[in-house]
Write a protein that binds this ligand. Structure first.
Ligand SMILES: Cc1ncc(COP(=O)(O)O)c(C=O)c1O
Length: 366
């Protein structure tokens, strides 16, 4: 995106002048495989349940919504407890308009003195840090993109950040971090008075147990989840986190009043009521991911082992192949890693279009 030419009279903060807005392209295409969305739309049954609930809520829209989002937080706690064998209640959960807002609230409450993450990872972590005036440091990974716990621990001890971000499965690499490593990093973060934030936006696609199972023993651990990916609910904007009650109380200091609309709260509850139907598609996406990884390998690509609903793979020239795929109606993501592209797992037809287009783009070679 080209640099914006801000007019002189606009009193924009000087630290924002060189920033560009977040901008994954939203280009109408045959196969839109660039933002790790779930390709399966809500079923007719779910659409009608949502419409019915919206109808009920519509008659109350003269009133502000539940400011503390208690019912939804309680249901999210039950969902996590059932999956992870934990016993959390609503006061261990915070919910907002997508996990991006959850991340922003974490920076507002705890940022200040600095944050550390391990590149390459989710690009919004450093961007939200900058917008909230939190200094951000890019830590390192191994060359195969796995997290180097010894190196990460040394960096935490040296930098002493108040927030340490670990994304698992990681975006854009798909790699996951074992629970034992999360435990170690949480302990080291506690030593320097920081929180370890584990972004588990893609957890439901992974076989690794969730860091939620560690929350009881590690009060400085925060686990972020979202309904945008496995729940196929990206358009509704519902993200949440699980943490110690004191973390949640601190987040309430920085949230905007009535931040989560009544319609959003109501339809998120409907989605949770239909969780078995929605999560059934996760198994399909995982099987398709593994099949697509093999197809990419057959085309000669190196594929990073993924525990998420996307794959990072090698190409001879990322910019040229990305454009050539787009010219054929297939939109995937150039994540700024030279020699790599990322593709989201789509439905069967989209995956097929992608493989055909890629084979053509490569002219049979990688
Ligand atoms: C690692 C990670 N965290 C958080 C998000 C934000 O998701 P949302 O705001 O839709 O919940 C994304 C979206 O792609 C992501 O990849």
């Amino acid at each position: 995106m080209s640099q914006h030419n801000w007019p002189q009279w606009l009193p924009l903060r000087s630290d924002l002048r060189n920033l560009s807005p977040y901008g994954a392209p939203q280009i109408p295409s045959l196969a839109r495989l660039n933002t790790n969305e779930n390709p399966y739309p809500p079923s007719a049954k779910l659409v009608s349940a949502i419409s019915k609930r919206v109808d009920e809520v519509a008659g109350t829209l003269n009133r502000y919504p539940d400011r503390d989002v208690v019912e939804l937080r309680a249901e999210l706690a039950t969902f996590l407890n059932n999956r992870s064998g934990t016993s959390m209640s609503y006061d261990n959960i915070w919910a907002a308009n997508g996990s991006n807002e959850v991340i922003q609230s974490l920076f507002l409450a705890f940022g200040g003195e600095g944050a550390l993450g391990f590149t390459p990872s989710y690009s919004m972590h450093p961007l939200i840090a900058q917008v909230t005036q939190t200094s951000w440091i890019n830590g390192n990974r191994n060359s195969d993109f796995s997290l180097n716990v010894a190196l990460a621990s040394a960096q935490i001890r040296e930098i002493k950040p108040k927030l340490v971000f670990v994304t698992t499965p990681n975006n854009p690499t798909g790699t996951s971090v074992p629970l034992s490593d999360i435990k170690e990093l949480a302990k080291v973060s506690a030593e320097v008075g920081g929180l370890l934030v584990v972004d588990e936006a893609y957890a439901e696609f992974s076989r690794e147990p969730s860091a939620i199972t560690l929350l009881n023993a590690l009060p400085n651990l925060v686990v972020i989840r979202t309904m945008s990916k496995a729940f196929a609910f990206a358009g509704a904007r519902v993200g949440y986190l699980a943490a110690d009650k004191e973390v949640i109380s601190a987040l309430q200091l920085v949230r905007l009043p009535y931040h989560l609309g009544a319609v959003t709260q109501a339809i998120a509850l409907v989605a949770l009521e239909h969780q078995s139907e929605l999560l059934a598609n996760v198994e399909i996406l995982v099987a398709d991911r593994d099949r697509l990884a093999l197809q990419l390998q057959q085309l000669g690509a190196t594929v990073i082992p993924s525990s998420a609903n996307f794959l990072l793979f090698t190409v001879p020239d990322s910019k040229q192949i990305w454009q050539s795929l787009l010219d054929q109606g297939v939109l995937i993501r150039d994540v700024g890693l030279s020699g790599y592209l990322r593709v989201t797992i789509g439905n069967a037809a989209e995956n097929e279009s992608f493989v055909m287009a890629l084979a053509k783009s490569l002219g049979g070679k990688i």
